[in-house]
Ligand binder design. Sequence first.
Ligand code: FAD
Length: 500
Amino acid sequence: MSNMPKKTDVILIGAGIMSATLGALLKALAPEWEIKVFEKLAKAGEESSNEWNNAGTGHAALCELNYTSEKPDGSIDVSKAIKINEQFQLSLQFWSYLVKSNLICNPKDFIMPIPHMSFVQGEKNVAFLKKRFEALTAYHQFQGMEFSDDPKKLKEWIPLVMEGRQPKEPIAATRIESGTDVNFGALTRMLFEHLKNENVEVHYKHQVKNIKRAGDRLWEVKVRNLESGKVERHTAKFVFIGGGGGSLPLLQKTGIPESKRIGGFPVSGLFMVCNNQEVVEQHHAKVYGKAKVGAPPMSVPHLDTRYIDNKKTLLFGPFAGFSPKFLKTGSYFDLIGSIKPNNILTMLAAGVKEMALTKYLIQQLLLSNEQRMQELREFIPDARSEDWNIIVAGQRVQVIKDTETGGKGTLQFGTEVVSSADGSIAALLGASPGASTAVHAMLEVLQKCFPQQMKEWEPKIKEMIPSYGISLVDNPKLLQEIRTETSQTLGLSKKIPVFS
Ligand SMILES: Cc1cc2nc3c(=O)[nH]c(=O)nc-3n(C[C@H](O)[C@H](O)[C@H](O)COP(=O)(O)OP(=O)(O)OC[C@H]3O[C@@H](n4cnc5c(N)ncnc54)[C@H](O)[C@@H]3O)c2cc1C
């Protein structure tokens, strides 16, 4: 091992969508900074960001029922849906900027328009969906959304779902044309291609083994070259831990106070993929259902038209499951290795609280193929087993921490940026809404870690992302402008509602 660490300005750990996004933002804001990336796998975008490992939904809260909860008084809380919709608009604007500036090209290789739908059965669920539709469409963000409980209309929208269905109970759906399918794997690879052209050093097959302080505002990162077996040391003024599920163990190695009393709860997943192109062609939407009672939000079933390698595909799932690994390519010792003296009480408290969830995940894992087909038949009544294969999806690691409202060991379902007080290191934990809101999450990293530079950077950020710092709820005109612009640049739905 060489004794002389190699110096750089910024180290990004992991070549997923988060590091790709942060790298692209930093290259636009501080082009002179030297950036190095270390990725343990052979290519970019091979873990959760890979197109086969996630559902590719551009989460804009157009169809996900878990973003709108029913309050005790029966009204619908739309605050989370509005927040996520605004965050997704930031992503669309940044991607649009990159395309317009020729920094990435062929947007149809990573984003496609696809209607987003919510589909429910049963009187209570239909009433909920109607109320949700009314509450959302009061906001201009959701104008263009339609509701129907008429089986004829539904047959027009989702023929495959309605074929062979004899509704014994009420059914209903909402539909909005401005939804998207995003190939986050392709986008990650494009962003890394762009970073390479900007002289960012990307080291594949390099695994980060340790991170420690090397003086004031300086970090030393120990990296193993997985081909040669050699260990290298690199120092940087700023380190971003974008290791996906692998971020928590790396964050723990930093020893920063902010890394204490945090644990991770891994959730694995499976998708069913249709292998019959005739069936695939009969469906054209992302259709989200309602999570079963007791099921975590990430296991809401959905039937998705996807565009992967320019081919139309149909996926159903995800079926959640339990695995102690933190990455798909991780180790069975990941979970046990993440239990430390400082988080053991938090983890134990979560273990007791989340017994039902663990039981649910294990039950899901033990489902037979025929039982999974039964769940699919709630969406496609005539689905035939021979038309569907099972694939393993990515791993998610949900954050466990002590919170004021939830108490000790509370499971979090969002995405969280954890950073040191001096802003010299940050990590992204959690997985939802995930890749769709990568731009928002990475802007948060910039705000937390580079407060001095933000003033100087703001004009450039606003050039790239015109709605940065502005509420779109209060600015329908701006929303209309950015929708028109991003739809044109990214080739999305031309039907832009005119806001009144
Ligand atoms: C089943 C499933 C469905 C999902 N559906 C959606 C969806 O529909 N829409 C959406 O927006 N989001 C979705 N997500 C979430 C989304 O996929 C993730 O939030 C996002 O991909 C995370 O990106 P990342 O860059 O943080 O992590 P990753 O893409 O996992 O990248 C992390 C990288 O770090 C590398 N790494 C880890 N440890 C080390 C180390 N020690 N040294 C070097 N490299 C390391 C890994 O090899 C990996 O390449 C889904 C996730 C799952 C699992």
